[in-house]
Design a protein around this ligand. Structure first.
Ligand code: MLT
Length: 277
């Protein structure tokens, strides 16, 4: 029997058909994809990990290969594909999950059938963003998890969703508070030091779906438009800007995100079948 990659304790693996891997954002967990898992299990084998340190994988250590990094998290996803005997998968990530998906497209392109980039960006942090990450690392070290809730929560949910879904902010805050401070600090370092993925986007060779919300203040439509303008011109793609939606699109506009993922599955060049055991 193959064992799970270091640090991954919890994941969903439901449904059958082409494999769809969904990667969560920071500092959250796999439950941000719950509506999509429910809706897509009849069309795809949906694999959704809690990345090492997050969600129910929070008690686990990070991979022994060193400090948390976006490339290291991508390699964890690869190890999970290996452990589950998945040869090729459609991979979609939201925000940090998108950075990881892009790192995967650079590190193991042969394992990725199509790419979903939701509420994310291709550029590395600039100097000002790196400084803000460093200040936040100090604040979390000093004040604990509450510092990240205060700093990030206002930007995560769009203004329309705050009105329409009045309990969502508390729900998201609870998910953030469940993340250990050590994971938050390691994650901020990984985000701050992540590589620029512009070159990866320029040479992508798999169908791609881009999605953000028109009220996303962290990755607004112009950020996704830059990805669209960088993709090879002949690449099959869809580009959605979801109305009345902020950064946490999978929770704010679950049906629109599910639809985009269905389009992604349809665009994927070939399905991955489960091995016959
Ligand atoms: C996320 O939602 O994963 C974060 O906003 C990513 C980031 O801060 O760069």
């Amino acid at each position: 029997m193959r064992s799970l990659p270091a640090g991954v304790v919890a994941y969903d693996d439901v449904g059958s058909g082409p494999c769809l891997v969904l990667l969560h954002g920071f500092p959250l967990d796999r439950t941000i994809w719950r509506p999509q898992v429910r809706a897509l299990a009849s069309r795809a084998r949906v694999v959704v990990p809690d990345l090492p340190g997050f969600g129910n994988s929070s008690g686990a250590n990070h991979p022994a290969s060193g400090p948390m990094s976006i490339d290291g998290l991508a390699d964890t996803v690869l190890a999970l594909l290996d452990a589950l005997d998945i040869e090729r998968a459609v991979v979609a990530g939201l925000s940090m999950g998108g950075y990881i998906a892009l790192a995967g497209a650079r590190r193991f392109p042969e394992r990725i059938a199509a790419l979903g980039l939701l509420n994310t960006r291709m550029e590395a942090d600039d100097d000002a963003a790196r400084r803000r990450r460093s200040q936040l690392i100090d604040a979390v070290g000093r004040d604990g998890v509450e510092a990240i809730v205060t700093a990030m929560l206002p930007g995560l949910i769009g203004k329309s969703s705050r009105r329409r879904l009045p309990t969502l902010a508390d729900d998201v805050a609870a998910r953030m508070r469940a993340t250990p401070p050590a994971t938050i600090i390691d994650g901020l370092l990984a985000l701050r030091d992540r590589p620029d993925a512009t070159g990866t986007v320029r040479t992508l060779a798999v169908p791609t779906v881009l999605l953000t919300g028109d009220e996303d203040v962290l990755t607004p439509p112009e950020v996704l438009a830059r990805i669209a303008a960088t993709l090879p011109a002949d690449l099959p793609r869809r580009h959605c800007v979801v109305p009345a939606c902020g950064h946490l699109s999978s929770l704010e506009r679950p049906a629109a995100v599910t639809l985009a993922l269905i389009e992604l599955l349809e665009l994927a060049d070939r399905p991955v079948s489960r091995p016959v055991s």
